[in-house]
Design a protein around this ligand. Structure first.
Ligand code: DCS
Length: 551
């Protein structure tokens, strides 16, 4: 039975057993009181029965008559208030204000351009898209291009394999503007399954793959499903990508930190994760899942196979769901001679009792790699060893959002199913991918080495991903100035850098860091021909900052 069939066949699986209540209207009520006496919590247009004799009605009327907004920061969901996302936080907001200022008054600032290194958004910094992806997309978007009457014209503009692919996809996706299957278009999920199988050497089931609008909604859906109550804990690396703390906060769960080893090039030691599990459980946290980002954001570390095996064993022994964020799986620059391994591959290679029991959810995205199609919003997650009832619930959640956007799904198809040797587009595709990869590798190396030469800065090499996360040693004077300005010292540094140079990076405090240490995260995405200028800007600012705040 497919997941979809199972979901359809088990409508009562979402019905709370204890109430035994089959009426969906009644299930919305907070207590198992009768329909007439309960107060609906979530329904609009159903008037709440009130008792005029106890004055509730008049109090309600008075509250509505009072001036002021229904919605204020104090009255909204407190978990929304708590959630933070530094990548688009204070620094990014300020950088947008500066960008606007430059548009209206180009000479008003000491720089002519804001460089957004706060976010891994390659095309924003000029990275060109992969041609084949755009060609097939263009053909599908405007279907007159697939009309045989226009064939001569189209053949002059598009290679034959792009036309053939678009025709094939047109059969699987006849209407690009229609809602698709909530888990994603079946033919694309089959392509993803084949891609995973080829990558890992183990089969994948398209019915266990959910296409998503980027990895972010997948992570949020999965965390929403795991966090059953406010005692549930999710292990997250420190430093982490702030989607995790934000999603945990929104779902009122507990983030359980484990620390990556900075002096060991940000390695992940299973002993440290065990410590975090033990201490959290001792404090009453129901630790259920371990999130691992590999390659790492913001750290750029790439896990060794033996460290991954230790992590999988730990999940088996401690009964943890493994959440593998693998969106940077093709951004692996070192070690050049060793292949990157997915957690699915590592898991399936373990002894059978582990391979067939550890629950794993792995996330991937079109936003990263060399494709960098962040704005199209495409991704997927694969579920391994998950209970079929849980899969059905995930399907139900996906269906509440109807479907991931179809353009993003299309980009997933083209990511996992690129031109092959012998195809008309292969040489161009291969050249573009290799060119971008090698350029990213050079930029990672060059910027990392340059940052490491700055006074008081230590910078681990980025083996993967798109970021460097240097540690900065700040003087007592700088820390005191930051305190006086009401800022964290690293945020103070990053704001000063932005104001002086237009370079926007994110303070380490937005990713969390070892207490007492200060960092910032920068992408290494500025175009290669601007990298020298970029390095010079940062270097000059840094020296001035260090001189200004010398103890
Ligand atoms: N997981 C990790 C580790 C990420 O770095 C990102 C995006 C995502 C998931 C979600 O990406 P999509 O939803 O686009 O697939 N990284 C953000 C960042 O740190 N910079 O750019 C975006």
């Amino acid at each position: 039975m497919t997941v979809a069939e199972k979901a359809a066949a088990t409508p009562s699986s979402s019905t709370p057993k204890k109430s035994g209540c089959l009426d969906p209207l009644r299930r919305l009520f907070s207590s198992p009181k009768s329909l007439s006496s309960a107060t609906p919590r979530t329904m609009i247009g159903v008037s709440a029965p009130t008792s005029a004799s106890n004055g509730t009605a008049s109090k309600l009327a008075a509250a509505h008559a009072a001036p002021g907004k229904v919605l204020t920061v104090d009255t909204i969901n407190p978990h929304v208030r708590t959630a933070e996302y530094a990548v688009r936080g204070e620094l990014a907001i300020r950088s947008e204000a500066l960008r606007k200022k430059l548009q209206t008054d180009p000479d008003s600032l000491p720089f002519s351009q804001v460089i957004s290194c706060n976010i891994g958004n390659p095309q924003q910094l000029g990275q060109p898209p992969i041609t084949f992806l755009r060609q097939v997309t263009a053909l599908l978007e405007y279907q007159a291009l697939l009309d045989p009457a226009n064939r001569d014209l189209v053949q002059n503009l598009f290679p034959e394999d792009a036309i053939a692919r678009a025709e094939k996809l047109h059969k699987a996706i006849p209407a690009l503007g229609a809602y698709s299957h909530s888990m994603g278009i079946p033919a694309i999920r089959e392509s993803v399954a084949k891609f995973i199988e080829k990558r890992d050497g183990f089969p994948a089931n398209p019915e266990h793959i959910f296409l998503t609008a980027g990895a972010s909604p997948g992570v949020q859906t999965v965390l929403q499903t795991i966090i059953a109550n406010d005692h549930v804990g999710i292990l997250i690396p420190i430093p982490q990508y702030p989607l995790y703390t934000a999603a945990i906060a929104l779902n009122n769960g507990r983030a359980v930190p484990y620390y990556l080893n900075e002096t060991g090039a940000w390695t992940l030691r299973s002993a440290e994760v065990r410590r975090a599990v033990r201490e959290a459980r001792e404090q009453g946290t129901d630790v259920r899942a371990l999130c691992v980002i590999n390659p790492g954001n913001p750290t750029g570390n790439v896990l060794s196979k033996s460290d991954m095996e230790a992590i999988v064993s730990l999940c088996y022994e401690e009964k943890l769901v493994l959440l593998a964020d693998e969106v940077y799986q093709t951004n692996v620059y070192y070690p050049a001679d060793q292949p990157w391994h997915s957690f699915k591959h590592v898991l399936r290679s373990m002894p059978i009792e582990v391979a067939n029991s550890v629950e794993l959810i792995s996330f991937h995205s079109i936003s990263k790699g060399m494709i960098g199609e962040c704005g199209r919003r495409g991704g997927y997650y694969e579920c391994v060893n998950l209970d079929s009832g849980v899969l059905a619930q995930l399907y139900k959640l996906a269906s509440i959002s109807l479907c991931p956007n179809v353009q993003g799904q299309l980009a997933v198809e083209l990511m996992v199913n690129p031109p092959q040797p012998g195809d008309a587009s292969y040489d161009l595709y291969h050249g573009e991918m290799t060119g971008l990869f090698e350029s990213l590798q050079r930029r990672a190396q060059k910027l990392g080495a340059a940052l490491a030469t700055l006074e008081g800065v230590e910078c681990n090499r980025a083996d993967g991903a798109m970021y460097l996360f240097p540690q900065i040693t700040l003087s007592r004077a700088a820390v005191a100035a930051a305190e006086a300005a009401g800022k964290a010292p690293d945020a103070f540094y990053c704001l000063a850098l932005l104001d002086a140079t237009g370079v926007c990076v994110i303070p380490g405090s937005g990713f969390l860091q070892n207490p007492g240490t200060w960092h910032f995260r920068t992408t290494f995405l500025p175009p290669e021909n601007q990298l020298d200028d970029f390095i010079e800007r940062i270097g000059a600012f840094h020296q001035q900052f260090m001189d200004k705040y010398r103890d």
